[in-house]
Design a protein around this ligand. Structure first.
Ligand code: NAP
Length: 518
């Protein structure tokens, strides 16, 4: 049995006690086990704070950027190996694995580029200086400096590589050491990434610690200079928000949780048009990529009433071409969901959706997976539902099925579409709007933007270069209000500020300017 270790206090340590098992979700073969029991979390925190923090804070942004560049290159150098691990432990097709692993190296590289722009400074300037006195001397200036604690990163099972990298990129560039923890069930890719970073000595001591398994009482040991960046379910998020350090010591917490992402087809979009094709392509990709296990996957599809039948037909045709099976086989385009619990949740979730919608394509129990021993693996086909009378509060607007499942619903006018795609979703990461009609797009954006972290607008001018709505980009914020957790990550330098303290300086203008430059 491959027993995985954690990297703490500058060395690899194996836990004791009953381990969690990591499984190949296509074959149910156990690949590895892991435990963090017995690890000294107090010493882990002290090592990161005392070794990693000072080392990072002594560096300029540009120098920290070189660390990110080295991390990005190290992963890229072992790309094929990491892709194979993601396929085995995550049920990823090769394309899915690339989305995760290349997303990781790409995000680190993007932040390395930002670091070069920020240059030889240690302080991040926030906005312009403002005159405070009557004369031109007394000024105020806001600046950000790195918090002097530890950033604890807790990630979901679906993006073990990108999740580690996107959080690491912003924290390390800001100047905080990290303790990163993947979800236990799919930790193999993250484990291998950290092995690579350690073997290639890309980071100074104490800058990155790695917990492979439960975080035990680590979070209760945090203080006011530490931060928690969490990605996962809203149930776990609710527990973490009630944690002692969060409540008592104001340990900062960022939550990236569930989201019922929407796609809205405009009233002006004709069948056969480029925009209609973009809409259908996006919906099918977002439903099936990573077997629908993306926080940004499209779950709710709103279509003008007169076009519902045509859209259902188009989607059914494309979904019928999806080949479910062992994701290492070339012909397979969708693998299993990641765990036994996941397939149970997907089956129960679809039953819940059936309280307000009818299945019009697929089955969660009859996938006929290609290249898999009969009865093995956590497979489902894509499942499309049709909800003829959608309303706020029904299951499709309250329950996230974290698998290849989405529901088509009708709307009659822009106000109806905006009410369902906006407030009814309870707060989301991303919704895409497909239309050329400026008035429609403007009305949708103003109505649904308060409920979302990102909106993607697919119109005929951008058809050839549109980026998938499910792709979180380092330049744009990732996060959303309400159900989505109320958090914000990435977005260039915006993502760094979570790891920094904003301080208002007031004093002589020349002095403030000199500080801000350094
Ligand atoms: P989860 O069960 O909440 O687990 C997420 C992480 O939290 C795992 O690392 C898990 O560790 C850890 N964890 C669980 N209980 C904990 C506790 N009491 N204290 C500290 N850590 C704890 O979620 P999941 O099943 O992995 O992920 C699926 C969910 O994540 C979906 O709802 C999806 O929408 C959401 N998600 C959101 C985003 C986003 O960016 N908004 C991205 C991806 C996924 P163990 O695995 O070791 O238990």
């Amino acid at each position: 049995m491959n027993e995985l270790g954690s990297f703490v206090c500058g060395k690899w340590v194996k836990g004791t006690g009953k381990p969690a098992e990591l499984v190949n979700p296509a074959t149910e073969e156990v690949l590895a086990s892991t435990s963090t029991e017995g690890i000294d979390f107090g010493a882990t925190l002290a090592f990161a704070r005392e070794k990693g923090g000072p080392a990072l804070r002594a560096m300029t942004f540009a120098q920290r950027g070189e660390l990110l560049r080295a991390m990005s290159r190290a992963i890229h150098g072992k790309r094929d190996e990491l892709l194979s691990i993601a396929q085995a432990n995550g049920g990823n097709t090769r394309g899915d694995a690339k989305f995760d692993v290349d997303g990781a190296s790409g995000t680190l590289a993007a932040y390395a580029d930002l670091a070069a722009e920020l240059g030889d400074a240690h302080v991040l300037v926030d906005g312009d200086a403002v005159q405070l006195g009557r004369g031109a001397r007394l000024f105020g200036q806001h600046v950000y400096t790195p918090r002097v604690g530890v950033a604890v990163h807790i990630n979901a099972f679906n993006f073990p590589a990108w999740g580690l990298a996107e959080k690491a990129a912003t924290a390390l560039l800001a100047g905080m050491p990290i303790i990163t923890k993947p979800a236990s069930s799919t930790a193999l890719v993250a484990h291998r990434m950290v092995e690579i970073f350690v073997a290639e000595k890309v980071l100074p001591e104490g800058v990155l610690s790695f917990l492979c398994g439960s975080s035990g009482d680590l979070l209760d040991r945090l203080g006011g200079q530490d931060v928690i960046a969490f990605t996962g379910s809203s149930t776990t998020a609710a527990k973490l928000r009630e944690g002692r350090s969060v409540v008592r010591d104001a340990t900062r917490i960022n939550v990236e949780a569930d989201s019922l992402n929407g796609a809205v087809l405009g009233l002006d979009v004709d069948e056969g048009s480029d925009v209609m094709n973009l809409f259908v392509t996006d919906v099918v990709r977002e439903m099936t990529q990573k077997t629908g296990q993306k926080c940004t996957a499209i779950r709710r599809i709103y279509v003008p009433t007169s076009k519902v039948e045509a859209v259902l037909e188009l989607l059914r045709d494309r979904l019928a071409a999806v080949k479910v099976g062992d994701p290492t086989r070339e012909e397979v385009t969708m693998g299993p969901v990641a765990t036994a619990q996941q397939i149970r949740d997907v089956r129960e979730g679809v039953k819940k959706l059936e309280s307000c919608a009818k299945i019009v394509f697929g089955s969660t129990t009859e996938a006929n997976a290609i290249g898999v021993p009969s009865g093995k693996g956590y497979f489902t086909t894509p499942v499309l539902l049709h909800g003829a009378s959608p309303k706020p509060g029904d299951a499709v607007h309250t329950h996230e099925v974290f698998g290849p499942v989405a529901t088509v619903m009708p709307y009659d006018d822009v106000a109806g579409a905006a009410a369902l795609a906006g407030a009814a979703g309870g707060g989301g990461l991303v919704t895409s709007v497909y239309a050329d009609d400026k008035d429609f797009v403007r009305a949708m954006v103003t109505a649904i933007a308060p409920h979302h972290g990102r909106l993607m607008i697919g119109s005929s001018k951008v058809v050839g270069q549109s980026l998938p709505p499910g792709m979180a980009l380092p330049q744009l914020v990732h996060g959303g209000p309400g159900r989505a957790g109320g958090g914000e990550e990435l977005g260039g330098r915006r993502g760094m500020t979570f790891y920094m303290q904003r301080t208002a300086l007031q004093g002589d203008r020349a002095l403030l300017e000199a500080i801000a430059k350094k």
